[in-house]
Design a protein around this ligand. Structure first.
Ligand code: GLY
Length: 400
């Protein structure tokens, strides 16, 4: 991974990924009778706040054993009805087997549940259940559950232990790792939040088998992003295995989740609070956030918007002669093989341009664009000329 920072007068910063964090494979062992993959661990190296990401099939019954002896044996599970019905049994069986009392708080589906009002209901639930400072909040679901449950864990009693159990591909490869938690405000997404690292992340690959196709596609937007920003070899792996990914081949899915988590763990370990390097995770997100906002978070799943946003960022990079047209085509081709939209036809380029300035990553009126140089090499660029951004947005809005 190489990154150039052109947002300050400091000499260009080049950071090579190698030394930030370590991950290791744990001795392979089957987890239950239906397991096809061994469990893996990825270490997120954050000093006293370090934690592990456990990845495997059928691993949710192990959450209870992880909690036992470390925390008060009391857990508030924040989840949604469909997820809890489909995957909750092994989790609660494992908690019960360890004598851990649990309360299950079901939140509504959809981004609109990420509000202070829902958080307050969860605080009430936690107080009534007698959750103390060493009790655990378990966020068991996709990105909405992780963000809201994480926010409650970050703020209740000034912070209680959090375990993330992401059940969508997007949450597994991105939002459950790195400690970002938030709720939305009427004036914008994720505007109220806190960094609060989980004590562990449990990724059960079995959850992917029943995920709707759109959820897989949405997660793939973030997966492809890692290939662009950090690891050309991984990008090539995605190209080579595109058909297997679409058919959810267990081994290939396990690899893409693991590799994505490794790459995210490296970045987070190097820059937990997004002072520098972590900004590269926003590749594709400047336009994506504008597209989501302009369509009221209804038309595109987050990762779908990221796919369009990556094409926009790559085309801007090419227009500024930072990357080649071949690289842009290679990226577009892979996204199209994953049947992802790569244009935002019908939207207004001027409006999108204005909305990019409302992004919370905008500092001092400058939009920090993450631009592509090569696969595995990006550059952070403070302020791209308006004419260039509007030209590229115009093309995407025309469907070109
Ligand atoms: N999803 C971007 C980040 O975690 O920084």
């Amino acid at each position: 991974m190489k990154i150039t920072d052109e947002t300050s007068n400091a000499p260009a910063l080049r950071i090579s990924a190698g030394g930030y964090s370590k991950w290791r494979n744990v001795e392979a062992r089957p987890l239950d009778a239906t397991s096809r993959c061994a469990m893996e661990k990825i270490f997120v190296n954050l000093g006293a706040a370090s934690y592990e990401i456990f990845i495997g099939e059928g691993i949710l019954s192990g959450v209870g054993a992880f909690i036992s002896g470390k925390f008060t044996p009391k857990a508030l599970i924040v989840t949604q009805e469909k997820i809890f019905d489909a995957h909750g049994q092994p989790l609660t069986d494992g908690l019960a087997a360890q004598g851990i009392a649990y309360d299950v708080a079901l939140i509504p589906d959809g981004e609109t549940a990420k509000t202070l009002r829902e958080a307050e209901k969860l605080f009430t639930r936690a107080i009534e259940f007698g959750l103390d400072r060493k009790s655990v909040v378990i966020a068991f679901g996709g990105g909405v559950v992780g963000d809201l449950g994480g926010f409650v864990a970050a703020t209740y009693l000034r912070g209680v232990p959090l375990i993330q159990i992401p059940t969508t591909l997007l949450a597994q490869v991105d939002s459950s790792v790195g400690g970002k938690t938030a709720v939305n405000h009427a004036l914008g997404k994720n505007l109220i939040g806190a960094f609060h690292q989980p004590r562990a992340v449990f990724i059960d690959l079995k959850c992917l088998a029943t995920l709707p196709e759109r959820e897989i596609k949405s997660g793939l937007g973030e997966v492809v992003k890692y290939g662009v920003i950090s690891d050309e070899k991984f990008f090539t792996y995605l190209e080579t295995n595109a058909d297997k990914i679409l058919s959810r081949d267990a081994e290939v899915m396990a690899h893409i989740v693991k590799r994505s988590c490794e790459l995210k763990a490296e970045v987070v370990a190097a820059d937990e609070r997004e002072a520098g390097l972590r900004r590269i995770l926003n590749f594709g997100h400047t336009l994506a956030h504008a597209v989501e906002e302009e369509t009221h978070y209804e038309k595109y799943r987050h990762g779908e918007a990221v796919a369009i946003g990556m094409v926009g960022a790559a085309r801007i990079s090419c227009e500024l002669k930072k990357t080649s047209a071949e690289n842009v085509t290679r990226l577009e081709n892979l996204l199209q093989r994953f049947k992802m939209l790569t244009r935002c036809a019908g939207l207004d380029a001027d409006k999108l341009y204005r909305v990019t300035f409302r992004d919370k990553k905008t500092v001092g009126g400058l939009v920090n664009w993450v631009l592509m140089k090569n696969f595995g090499e990006v550059e952070i660029c403070g302020g791209v000329p308006e004419a260039v951004v509007k030209k590229i947005f115009g093309g995407l809005c025309n469907g070109d």
